[in-house]
Design a protein around this ligand. Structure first.
Ligand code: UDX
Ligand code: UDX
Ligand code: ADP
Length: 471
């Protein structure tokens, strides 16, 4: 019988580490959870009334547990020394330079975290990989840990526990996960005991049958595979959206029709201007790179095409906008509603709004961006100094829409549906265009008001069909 864990430390107070640890603290009052980060401003924010990330339901849990059994600190070494189990949820972006650049995962932060763990550990630790890491990272990390620990006899057991939460629904996902996946060295007794210890933590609220165990590599690969499959569904429906426009079919009717086949299922079939977020593209590039490294170029190419279709969808959207607006948007004001990569988050990583924004600016447009949760400073950081000369970050949707020739919907925020579109029509230039990249608006109503409407994957407005050079 494994002794239950009573102290947990999590390295990395980001989108994954923060919410996951908050949920563990809430569900396991007997466990003391300390979340550490090298970024002082991030930790200060976690300790303030304005948390560094927006996630529905997160504030309540943090405010309830903070100071009781949930702590945020920059004392990485101290937290490592004092705990039994360490979750590592540092960022693993795609490499920007060197071997595998643009494809492989950059494990600099992971390795640094591992070296710190090795240096500070005075007692046995169970290390839990939370970040998405390429397959067989655990093996490499184990070597770093074992070879760098100055204290004799300290044992490290490595587990892979990939996180499947989606931003915007993190709390719901953590509260009732479809499954929890734990990979470990289940072939030996100590490895099995480490797995059992983590199963013990999750058993506080997750039914046993939803806690799956696997060998280390299978668990690591499952995370990449899950994200690749999800992204592939979006690219598939987005490919259909292009064909629907060309043939007069309606992509939402197609989604509905195929989604009722239980073998296909109805979720994740919403055509969009493209998927974004920190995971999908990064994980697919990573998966493809691993395939290449193992002499499987055909498999790599298959997964690459999912990213290729996503890029095509974004550039197709920009082309549609330009051709609809008489092949020129030079000097025209375009309102961009939504900038986050999906609703209910302020996260902008890999948001399609970034590429679409650059595409429009390259053709001379002036952008008025409004997003309910994204700060102007973040937009400036993403878009760069040069592009910002053509961008105004707006505090309200009205400010963004006044005097605009067109509006494009980049994020499916619910509030966009509630706007007074009749009044909006009144303050825009004519003809007034709506480009709905998320299929959230009532297109017939907009047409009745007088807008020229382009909705992805929907039968084209006759006005758009006649626009020269339509893609
Ligand atoms: C298919 C569709 O399922 C059906 O809806 C449509 O009307 C006709 O085409 P069918 O070709 O009869 O039906 O059989 P299906 O069960 O879909 O299998 C097709 C092929 O896929 C078979 O060779 C099957 O062995 C293979 N398959 C199926 C797999 O290799 N793996 C699977 O997980 C499922
Ligand atoms: C994803 C996975 O869902 C999650 O399991 C994993 O842990 C991390 O990566 P996340 O990126 O937070 O989560 O959000 P997700 O809901 O998957 O959306 C990703 C992107 O796909 C968003 O840009 C979203 O707008 C887009 N999307 C999603 C579509 O375009 N159509 C859909 O039908 C679903
Ligand atoms: P994710 O979406 O995977 O959670 P984030 O970028 O939101 O990624 O969070 C990762 C966090 O990890 C950042 O706040 C970063 O400062 C922190 N971090 C990176 N390396 C270390 C390290 N060696 N020690 C402590 N924190 C780290």
């Amino acid at each position: 019988m494994t002794r239950p864990i009573t102290t947990i430390c999590c390295i990395g107070a980001g989108y994954v580490g923060g919410p996951t640890m908050a949920m563990i603290a809430k569900k396991c009052p007997q466990i003391s959870v300390t979340v550490v980060d090298i970024s002082q401003p991030r930790i200060d924010a976690w300790n303030s009334s304005e948390l560094p990330i927006y996630e529905p339901g997160l504030d309540e849990i943090v405010f309830e547990c903070r100071g009781k059994n949930l702590f945020f600190s920059t004392d990485v070494e101290g937290a490592i020394r004092d705990c039994e189990m360490i979750f590592v949820s540092v960022n693993t972006p795609t490499k920007k330079t060197g071997l595998g650049k643009g494809k492989a995962a950059d494990l600099t932060y992971w390795e640094l975290a591992a070296r710190t763990i090795a240096a500070c550990s005075e007692s046995d630790k169970i290390i839990v990989e939370k970040s998405t890491v390429p397959v067989r990272t655990a093996e490499a990390i184990e070597k770093v840990l074992q070879r760098n620990c100055p204290h004799d006899g300290v044992r490290f057991d490595i587990l892979s526990n990939p996180e499947f939460l989606a931003e915007g629904t993190a709390i719901v996902d953590l509260d009732a996960p479809d499954r929890v996946l734990i990979g470990g060295k289940i072939e030996n007794a100590k490895g099995q005991a480490a797995v059992d210890a983590l199963v013990g933590v999750y058993s506080n609220w997750v039914p046993k049958e939803n806690i799956l165990t696997a060998n280390l590599w299978s668990a690591e690969l499952s995370k990449l595979a899950a994200n690749a499959f999800l992204a592939q569904r979006i690219s598939s429906i987005n490919a259909m959206s292009a064909l629907c426009e060309a043939t007069g079919a309606d992509v939402q009717q197609v989604s509905h029709a195929i989604g009722t086949d239980t073998r296909i299922g109805s979720k994740f079939l919403n055509a969009s201007v493209g998927f974004g977020g920190s995971c999908f593209q990064k994980d697919i590039l990573n998966l493809a790179y691993i395939c290449e490294c193992h002499g499987l170029p055909e498999v790599a190419e298959y997964w690459h095409s999912v990213v290729g279709m996503n890029d095509y969808q974004k550039s197709r959207f920009v082309k549609r906008m330009i051709s609809a607006m008489f092949n020129t948007i030079s000097g025209k004001k375009i309102s961009m509603l939504g900038y986050a990569f999906k609703k209910d988050t302020g996260d902008t990583r890999e948001s399609p709004a970034i590429d679409v924004g650059h595409g429009l600016i390259e053709d001379g447009a002036k952008l008025n961006i409004y997003d309910p949760k994204v700060a102007a400073a973040q937009i400036a950081l993403d878009m760069g100094e040069e592009a910002m000369k053509s961008i105004t970050c707006c505090k309200t949707h009205t400010e963004s829409l006044t005097g605009a020739h067109a509006v494009c919907i980049m994020t499916e925020w619910d509030e966009f549906k509630t706007y007074d579109w009749e009044a909006i029509y009144g303050v825009m230039q004519k003809p007034a265009f709506v480009f709905d990249g998320r299929l959230i608006l009532d297109h017939q109503k907009l047409k009745d008001i007088g807008f020229i409407v382009y909705a992805l994957g929907k039968p084209l407005d006759p006005f758009l069909c006649s626009a020269e050079g339509a893609p």
